[in-house]
Design a protein around this ligand. Structure first.
Ligand SMILES: CC(C)(COP(=O)(O)OP(=O)(O)OC[C@H]1O[C@@H](n2cnc3c(N)ncnc32)[C@H](O)[C@@H]1OP(=O)(O)O)[C@@H](O)C(=O)NCCC(=O)NCCS
Length: 165
């Protein structure tokens, strides 16, 4: 269970965590350089959640010290912020860490709009965003490749959030 969670901007010392992370995620299309750019530039942002926690699975005899348990990568263009990538280590899921990251972003963006695309089949992410007040504003039909759909494609749902929604 999560003892406590800390949310902070990513720093260079986190880059090795991201290398490990991306190599373990076969579906991801991001590269470490994208994360480095987010650390170094003003328009991209990368928040990490560090969990002082014991993973739910795995061979662990001692509580794991604070480590990167998840992150949210965003890009700002004018007054719109887009969530590019949000991921929580599978060992730390269903403990509210993604919700805390999204809520931290919502506080940070103030009155700017937050946008994102999510696979139609991604029920966990859709439930998370709905809980955080996002609404669907569009759909891109057959946008993603899909191994689960008979057509081999699935839709991207466009979600958006603004203060007060
Ligand atoms: C989607 C994801 C980020 C959720 O992370 P998480 O830390 O487990 O989510 P939280 O514990 O903060 O859950 C918040 C809410 O989201 C919903 N949710 C999260 N996981 C869910 C699941 N497996 N099934 C159904 N609802 C789920 C629930 O409404 C949950 O609230 P509740 O626990 O009070 O019921 C995580 O599953 C993940 O990293 N998935 C792979 C990457 C991904 O799909 N990213 C999103 C791309 S847009």
């Amino acid at each position: 269970m999560i003892g406590s969670a800390t949310i902070r901007p990513a720093v260079q010392a986190d880059v090795s965590s991201f290398e490990h992370w991306l190599s373990a995620d076969a579906e991801n299309s991001w590269q470490v350089k994208d994360f480095v750019r987010a650390i170094e530039t003003d328009n991209d942002s990368l928040l990490v959640v560090c969990a002082d926690a014991t993973p739910l699975s795995g061979v662990v005899s001692q509580p794991t010290p604070a480590s990167v348990a998840g992150f949210i990568l965003t890009q700002r263009v004018l007054d719109e912020v887009t969530i590019l990538y949000l991921s929580i280590d599978p060992r730390y899921r269903r403990q509210g860490l993604a919700r805390q990251l999204v809520q931290a972003l919502q506080v940070a963006v103030g009155r700017q709009t937050i946008m994102l695309e999510v696979r139609q089949s991604n029920e966990p992410a859709r439930a998370l965003y709905q809980q955080c007040g996002f609404i669907q504003v569009g759909e891109r039909v057959n946008y993603y490749r899909s191994t689960q759909s008979p057509s081999g494609r699935e839709a991207a749902l466009l979600l958006n959030w603004q203060v007060g929604e």
